[in-house]
Design a protein around this ligand. Structure first.
Ligand code: NAD
Ligand code: UGA
Length: 474
């Protein structure tokens, strides 16, 4: 049982999309607490410490202004992981937990090697009573692994003691700052009442007590996977309905309005799109599939896997219909891609549908020019060239190629088609009248994010495909 005065020193291991924004908001709201974010990646820490706030490694609306206020005051970024741990009252483990690519459970289970390595470094370097918090998304019962490592590495005559808590993060990229300032809930799972109350005390600086849910460790760990699985399932459901709309003359936006008005279903998270991306939905559902199978629940495993199968199908469906509509041939045709991030307002491309769709189009010999307001050319290059998926590599036609441009004229000039894959605000406000004229006719806009006004595009003499819209081009 932990029992000491209120927390003064917080450490977060992992300066990524979760660690950075989460701790920045905590620092802003808890001026009396000193927070250190540590990471082994020196390049990343240098960028977090960069004077030029446009260079922060994570793009997130509202983040840079908070960093400006708290960095160097009560928020610090460092590569000194051990030194920070030695002084910490509470340590958040916020490292990556991607899908395992090797050995048992490859392709499904989460790779916990980074979590385990954190537990060992904490065991060796912590002093006195330390609260260890799982912030990363992990399979159920991971807290037991952390606990076992911490307990068995404890020097018998030292004064070290640990309490393990689960405190999964529910922020979504692009809206992280708002999600952190006004969370629907904060979830704390644990056994040690004092440690639970201490973590709750931190959040109570800005979150109402009635939004802080306290559960046992395992409910907390499972709730995080379950929440993502439910959310991803909604997108695969609406995308399946969108495809039916296209074949029947219905419009998925109208269907969304009609079904979303039933409060039991609700209108949020029901936008049809090119398939969900991001670093978490796929890996967390794969993990759920793996866990279900592990516990002998084959049907449950199949059920969740189907959500992913539908997502892959949605991406292939979009690239295929582009080819079909361009007379079954896109070899040497110029195709513009608007948006490479997995959603708007982030520079993250992990599992973005744009990667698969671009590669499928290149495999057919297309020349694609890619625009994204926040994703760097270097990132796009990593995603398109260093893909480990050999089947894609094999399929790549020798004359398919890609390049990037920030200039809309270059995207549209002589393009046979422009595909909207991310719902950036900029794309809603494009001067379509000017850009449509630059395209080679017959020209197509493929809008997978319901960004354009269909009447406007049709009046410009451009052919339009819109996600889940069976009312046009019939
Ligand atoms: P990320 O890859 O952006 O960041 C993780 C960081 O941890 C990296 O910078 C890496 O260098 C660092 N790291 C790994 N091992 C380390 C070690 N032993 N010592 C020090 N640093 C180490 O990942 P992320 O997107 O921030 O996700 C982190 C976790 O949070 C994952 O489990 C993820 O599932 C979960 N999560 C992510 C989101 C999201 O929107 N990205 C939301 C909720 C939960
Ligand atoms: C998601 C969850 O929303 C967060 O609650 C969770 O904390 C996080 O995963 C995580 O565990 O990492 P995130 O992946 O950042 O957050 O972004 P989402 O807004 O959920 O979008 C995921 C994907 O679904 C995007 O590609 C998005 O475009 C797509 N999507 C989302 C749709 O196609 N339609 C929608 O209605 C909503």
């Amino acid at each position: 049982m932990i029992n000491k005065p209120h927390i003064k020193k917080v450490v977060c291991i992992g300066a990524g999309y979760v660690g950075g924004p989460t701790m920045a908001v905590m620092a802003e709201k808890c001026k009396g607490i000193e927070i250190k974010i540590v990471d082994l990646n020196k390049n990343k820490i240098d960028l977090w410490n960069s004077k030029d706030l446009t260079k922060l490694p994570v793009f997130e609306p509202g983040l840079s202004s908070i960093i400006k206020k708290v960095r160097g005051k009560n928020l610090f970024f460092s590569t000194d992981v051990k030194g920070a741990i030695a002084q910490a009252d509470i340590i958040f483990i916020s490292v990556n937990t991607p899908t395992k690519t090797y050995g048992y459970g490859a392709g499904f289970a989460s790779d916990l090697k980074w979590v385990e390595s954190c537990a060992r470094t904490i065991a060796n370097n912590a002093n006195g009573q330390t609260i260890v918090v799982e912030k990363s998304t992990v399979p159920v019962r991971t807290a037991q692994v952390i606990k076992t490592i911490l307990e068995s590495n404890k020097d018998t005559n030292s004064n070290k003691s640990f309490a393990i808590l689960s405190n999964p993060e529910f922020l979504a990229e692009g809206t992280a700052i708002n999600d952190l300032f006004n969370p629907d809930r904060v979830l704390i799972g644990g056994e040690d009442t004092f440690a639970i109350e201490e973590l709750s005390w931190i959040y109570e600086h800005w979150v109402d007590k009635d939004r802080i849910i306290k559960t046992n460790l395992w409910s907390s760990e499972l709730s995080k996977l379950a929440a993502n699985a439910f959310l991803a399932q909604r997108i695969s459901s609406i995308n399946a309905i969108g495809a039916i709309c296209e074949s029947t003359g219905a419009d998925v936006r109208e269907v969304k309005l009609a079904i979303g008005s039933d409060q039991r279903i609700g209108n949020k998270f029901l936008e049809a799109g090119p398939g969900f991306g991001g670093s978490c939905f796929k890996k967390d559902i794969l993990n759920m599939v793996y866990l279900s199978k592990y516990f002998g629940l084959q049907e449950v495993s199949n059920y969740w896997e189907q959500v992913l199968i539908l997502n892959d199908w949605q991406r292939k469906r979009i690239s295929k219909l582009v080819v079909e509509n361009l007379f079954g041939n896109i070899n040497n045709k110029k195709i513009g891609i608007l948006g490479f991030a997995f959603k708007a307002n982030t520079n993250d491309t992990r599992e973005s549908s744009a990667i698969d769709i671009s590669r499928e189009l290149m495999a057919e010999g297309a020349q694609i020019v890619i625009h994204d307001p926040q994703v760097s050319e270097e990132q796009i290059s990593n995603d398109l060239n260093n893909h480990l998926d050999k089947t894609y590599e094999d399929k790549l036609a020798s004359n398919g190629l890609w390049w990037t441009s920030k200039d809309y004229s270059e995207i549209f000039t002589n393009s046979d088609a422009v595909i909207i894959l991310t719902e950036w605000e900029d794309y809603k406000n494009l001067n379509w009248t000017v850009f449509a004229k630059l395209m080679r006719k017959p020209a197509w806009i493929f809008d997978s994010r319901s960004v354009v006004d269909p009447d406007l595009i049709n009046n410009l003499g451009i052919k339009l495909w819109r996600i889940g819209d069976g009312t046009i081009n019939k």
